[in-house]
Design a protein around this ligand. Structure first.
Ligand code: OSB
Ligand code: MG
Length: 376
């Protein structure tokens, strides 16, 4: 298929609720959306880079720069048989995986529509429903957290993840466990601790947690392997896994027992699938992480989550938990027993709400540039 036209835009959308992690707070999202026209259809992707370089090095502005200066000019008029060819086209650009990832995702949506297939089937997914958990940010008080958990459980969510940081960790989890002795529970530290905190982190072993996500530095494998040898609770890696080679190294040194897969962090669906397959061979279960995506990114996460080794509930949940009015129609919804049913329509299976997206757009760029192509 040949690509005729690409549109990159930035939208701004407030979160229903402030989201706080150990690395910072988010109230309003700035999100890049990419729209690729080819073969008479349109594919959509969403860039998961944050507003600042606090989860990873990338930001909305670095992604905009790399996409507009380097990647988009290359893919206009590009012809491809499979979206799996895209990473090769950008191999010389080091890093910037979130910028690359949204483009590759949009190519998958485009191809799925061209083939009249649901995206999840094109990716090789088999799950007819995906299990949903929630990620709950740091709250203003333990009481507020308990109330929040109660609400999410009532809404059917199958697993609760609590964000932790020094000062909001062991005591908080103890209170949660006292109130909810049986629920599937885990914590995510987003790299807030160091190996010197091993004794402190071992206290989490008392709470029958499913896992502790990314306790140590965002760029570390070795200290995680040392920590895993000292604690019972399974370590799950998020930030530390940038590609399949990191995943292989993490397995080799036993740095974790579970992996979080995010297509943006890994540079796109192809690499995400590679990590999925590698973990499956190594007996490491995976789940799909979230990045406060709007509906387009969420729909991509749903498709990815249908792969076989996504055997644990992920952070993919209902759109209304994040945005009053989302970027897709119908909005992403969760069943009363905590599942999302992947759509049967071709492509993403959720329609981008174009008038709403246009209203939210603060800047956009067209490739090829319409002024240039008219010789202006
Ligand atoms: O570490 O998984 C994370 C949000 C932004 C950046 C990193 C993370 C998160 C979340 C929220 O945990 C996941 C979601 O609900 O989308
Ligand atoms: Mg995480």
């Amino acid at each position: 298929m040949k690509i005729n036209r690409v549109i990159l835009r930035e939208i701004r959308l407030p979160l229903v609720e402030l989201f706080e992690t150990s690395f910072g707070r988010t109230q309003e999202r700035r999100v890049l959306l990419v729209e690729i026209h080819g073969g008479g259809t349109v594919g959509w992707g969403e860039c998961v880079a944050g507003e600042g370089p606090f989860y990873s090095e990338e930001t909305v502005d670095t992604a905009w720069l790399i996409l507009t200066q380097l990647i988009l000019p290359r893919i206009v008029q590009w012809s491809f048989e499979s979206p799996t060819e895209f990473p090769e086209l950008c191999r010389d650009i080091r890093g910037h995986r979130m910028a690359k990832g949204c483009l590759e995702a949009a190519l998958w949506d485009l191809q799925a529509q061209d083939l009249h297939l649901p995206l999840w089937k094109l990716l090789g997914g088999t799950r007819e429903k995906i299990a949903c958990g929630v990620s709950i940010g740091i709250q203003t008080s333990p009481a507020a957290l308990l109330e929040k958990i109660e609400q999410e459980l009532q809404d059917g969510y199958q697993r609760i993840k609590i964000k932790v940081k020094p000062g909001w960790d062991v005591d908080i989890v103890r209170q949660v466990r006292e109130h909810f002795p049986e629920i599937p529970l885990m914590v995510d530290a987003n790299g807030a601790y160091s190996l010197e905190d091993a004794d402190h982190l071992r206290q989490f072993d008392d709470f029958d947690l499913l896992m502790i996500e990314q306790p140590l530095s965002y760029d570390d494998l070795l200290d995680h392997s040392k920590l895993q040898a000292q604690i019972e609770t399974a370590i799950c890696l998020d930030e530390s896994i940038r590609h399949a080679r990191d995943a292989a190294h993490a397995c080799e040194v036993q740095a974790c027992k579970i992996m979080n897969i995010k297509m943006g962090r890994l540079g796109g669906p192809s690499e995400a699938r590679r990590v999925h397959d590698l973990c499956q061979e190594q007996g490491i279960p995976v789940w799909c992480g979230g990045m406060l995506e709007t509906g387009i990114g969420r729909a991509h996460n749903i498709a990815l989550s249908t792969l076989e080794n996504f055997s644990l509930p992920g952070d993919v949940s209902a759109g209304k938990r994040y945005y009053k009015r989302d970027t897709v129609v119908p909005p992403v919804e969760v069943t009363a027993d905590g599942f999302i049913i992947p759509p049967q329509a071709s492509g993403l299976g959720y329609e981008p709400d174009r008038p709403w997206i246009d209203e939210l757009t603060v800047r956009s760029e067209n490739f090829p540039d319409s002024r240039q192509s008219r010789g202006l």
